[in-house]
Design a protein around this ligand. Structure first.
Ligand SMILES: Cc1cc2nc3c(=O)[nH]c(=O)nc-3n(C[C@H](O)[C@H](O)[C@H](O)COP(=O)(O)OP(=O)(O)OC[C@H]3O[C@@H](n4cnc5c(N)ncnc54)[C@H](O)[C@@H]3O)c2cc1C
Length: 505
C-alpha cells in the first residue's frame, strides 16, 4: 500500500483551518501529539477570507470535544456566545414568529412520539404550540442559558442542545494556534499554477514566491475560487439557484447590543432575509437576497434599516451561486468549505458540512491511488447530506403565505425538489415524517418548521388514537408546569457568559 505522506491544504479561512485541525487530530501518531504525516497549509495573505460564517449548529460542540479543546478558552478566544435556536420572524406571514430550537421537544407519552401526542392533544382542543414544549425555546424566550449536560438527567433541560456564535476570523486564528504545536506547516503565498501528472492527479503547486510544493493529496479550501477542484480539475458544478431563490448577501458588523440573545434571528424581508448574530464584542448582520428582485443599493439600505447597533464598517457585498461540485472528491483532491459548494446560510449548516466532510474523509482515508470506489462512496454520502439540507431550507421559502412582494410570490410558485414534495405530502396526509435516521435534521426540527410555517396536517399517527383526553392533558399540563419551573432561577445568557467565558475575565 502506498501511504499518503503529505497533504497540502490550499486556503486559510475557516475551512482550511478546520481541515488542518481535524486531520492533525484524526491522523495523529499513536503516541499522540504531532500528525503521522505532513500537513501543509498555504494561504494567500492578500486574498481575504469570506469573513462571515459565525452561526453554528450543535454538532460543533462534539467537534471541539474531539479536538480536545477547552470550551471556555475557545469561547473567550473567539468572543463566542451560545446559540439555542434560530428565531424565524415574518416567514409564514408578516407578524409571525417561531423558533427552530435545538434538542428534543416534549417527552414520549406511553411510548409514542411526542409530536403525534401533541397533534392528538391539538385535535382535543389543546392551545399550546409544539415548541412551547422545547426546553431550548423556553430559555430563548427568557434570554437565559444553562448547560443541558449539567442539568439533572430527568430534567427537561437535559434534552436541550446548543451551539455557538463566534467571530469567524478569530475562529480560524484559534484553530491555527491549535495546529502549530501539532506540526502543521503554514506558508503565506498565492498559488499561481497547478501541475498535474498524466493521470490528471495534482502533483505540485507553484507559488508566487517561486516555491514549489509537492504533495500526495490536496485539499481545496480556497473558497468560492475553487482553485484546485474547479480551476485545475474542472470538476463541474450543479447549480441549485432554481430551488434556492437568494444569490447575494450584504453583510455589516455593528456594535454589541445591550443584551445578547442566545439565538440567531432570521427575519424575512421584501426580497430575502436578514440575519442578526450576537457576539460578545460585536454583532454580525447580513441581508441575503435575490438580485433578480432587488438592487444592491436597495439591499444595503434594507440591511442598514434592520441593524441594532452602530455600524463598525461599510456593508460588504458577497455574491454566491448555490449548489455543489459534481464530485466533492475528485482524483487526489478533496474540496472542503465554499470550494465544495454552498447551500445558503439560513440554517447555519456550512461549517457543519465542513466537519461532516472531514469525518467522512477520515472514515474513507485513501492511499495514494485514491481508489475510485472510495471517491464514489464519499461523493454519494456528501451529496445526500447536501440534498437533505437543501430540502430543509427550501421548505422555509416554498411554504410561505406572504404575497406582499414579487420575491415571496415567486417562492410560493416555484418548483421544489421531488423528495421535499413527497415529504410535505406525507406530512399533510398523516402528520408523519419521511426521513432516514442519519440525516442532520431530525423530527423536532422538521416539525418545528412545518408548524412555524403554518402547514396543516389532516391526520396523526393511529398509534395515538387510543390515548384518552384526560390522560393526555394531565401529562402535557405537567410537562408545561415542569418546563416553567425549569427556567426559574437559571442565569441570563449574559450573566452565564460573564461567569464562564467573558472576554475580560
Ligand atoms: C453570506 C454568507 C453567510 C454565511 N453564514 C454562515 C453561517 O452563519 N454559518 C455557517 O456555518 N456558515 C456560513 N457561511 C459559510 C461560511 O462562511 C464558510 O463555510 C466558511 O467561512 C468557510 O469558508 P472557506 O474557508 O471555504 O472560504 P474563505 O473564507 O473564502 O477562505 C478562502 C481561503 O483561500 C485562500 N486562497 C484563495 N485563493 C488562493 C490562492 N490562489 N492561493 C492561496 N490561497 C488562496 C484565501 O486567502 C483564504 O484564506 C456563510 C457564507 C456566506 C457566503
Amino acid at each position: 500500500m502506498n501511504k499518503i505522506k503529505k497533504i497540502v491544504i490550499v486556503g486559510g479561512g475557516s475551512a482550511g483551518w478546520i481541515t488542518a485541525a481535524a486531520l492533525a487530530r484524526g491522523l495523529e501518531n499513536s503516541k499522540g501529539g504531532t500528525a503521522a504525516l505532513d500537513i501543509h497549509v498555504i494561504e494567500a495573505p492578500d486574498i481575504k477570507t469570506v469573513g462571515v460564517g459565525e452561526a453554528t449548529i450543535p454538532p460543533i460542540v462534539g467537534f471541539l470535544q474531539y479536538l480536545g479543546v477547552n470550551e471556555a478558552d475557545f469561547m473567550r478566544a473567539t468572543r463566542a456566545t451560545f446559540k439555542l435556536a434560530i428565531e424565524f420572524v415574518d416567514w409564514h406571514k408578516k407578524g409571525s414568529a417561531f423558533y427552530h430550537p435545538f434538542g428534543s421537544i416534549g417527552v414520549n407519552i406511553d411510548g409514542q412520539d411526542f409530536y403525534q401526542c401533541w397533534l392528538r392533544a391539538k385535535a382535543y382542543g389543546m392551545q399550546a404550540r409544539y415548541t412551547d414544549f422545547s426546553p431550548a425555546a423556553k430559555l430563548c424566550e427568557q434570554n437565559k442559558f444553562y448547560f443541558p449536560h449539567k442539568a439533572a438527567k430527568d430534567s427537561f433541560l437535559a434534552g436541550a442542545a446548543y451551539a455557538y456564535h463566534f467571530d469567524a476570523s478569530l475562529f480560524a486564528d484559534f484553530l491555527e494556534d491549535y495546529c502549530r504545536p501539532r506540526g502543521v506547516k503554514k506558508t503565506q503565498a498565492k498559488v499561481k499554477n497547478v501541475e498535474k501528472d498524466d493521470k490528471g492527479f495534482i502533483r505540485q503547486l507553484h507559488l508566487d514566491s517561486g516555491e514549489r510544493v509537492q504533495g500526495d493529496f490536496f485539499i481545496d479550501c480556497s473558497g468560492f475560487r475553487a482553485l484546485l477542484i474547479e480551476g485545475a480539475l474542472q470538476t463541474g458544478y450543479t447549480d441549485w439557484s432554481h430551488y434556492l431563490p437568494c444569490n447575494k448577501a450584504v453583510a455589516v458588523q455593528t456594535e454589541v447590543s445591550a443584551e445578547f440573545r442566545p439565538y440567531t434571528r432570521a427575519s424575512a424581508k421584501e426580497h430575502g432575509w436578514v440575519w442578526n448574530i450576537p457576539l460578545q464584542h460585536r454583532c454580525g448582520n447580513g441581508y441575503v437576497y435575490s438580485d433578480v428582485h432587488c438592487s444592491d443599493d436597495e439591499a444595503s439600505a434594507i440591511l442598514m434599516d434592520n441593524i441594532e447597533g452602530r455600524p463598525l464598517a461599510e456593508p460588504r457585498l458577497i455574491p454566491f451561486v448555490t449548489g455543489h461540485r459534481n464530485k466533492i472528491w475528485n482524483k487526489n483532491c478533496l474540496a472542503v468549505g465554499l470550494a465544495s459548494g454552498f447551500v445558503e446560510p439560513l440554517e447555519s449548516t456550512a461549517i457543519h458540512l465542513i466537519m461532516r466532510g472531514l469525518r467522512a474523509f477520515l472514515d474513507y482515508f485513501p492511499d495514494t491511488r485514491c481508489a475510485q470506489s472510495l471517491q464514489d462512496e464519499y461523493n454519494r454520502i456528501m451529496l445526500k447530506e447536501y440534498q437533505t439540507i437543501r430540502d430543509f431550507i427550501v421548505l422555509h421559502y416554498c411554504t410561505t403565505q406572504r404575497e406582499d412582494s414579487a420575491f415571496w410570490r415567486d417562492c410560493r410558485a416555484m418548483n421544489i425538489p421531488d423528495e421535499l414534495q413527497r415529504r410535505i405530502e406525507l406530512y399533510r396526509d398523516s402528520g408523519l415524517l419521511a426521513y432516514t435516521p442519519d440525516e442532520l435534521f431530525k423530527g423536532p426540527s422538521w416539525y418545528s418548521v412545518f408548524e412555524g410555517m403554518g402547514l396543516q396536517t389532516r391526520s396523526y399517527s393511529t398509534a395515538v388514537e387510543s390515548i384518552q383526553r384526560p390522560a393526555l392533558f394531565e401529562v402535557l399540563n405537567k410537562v408545561d408546569t415542569l418546563m416553567g419551573q425549569m427556567a426559574e432561577g437559571l442565569p441570563s445568557h449574559k450573566e452565564f457568559i460573564k461567569r464562564y467565558c467573558a472576554i475580560n475575565s
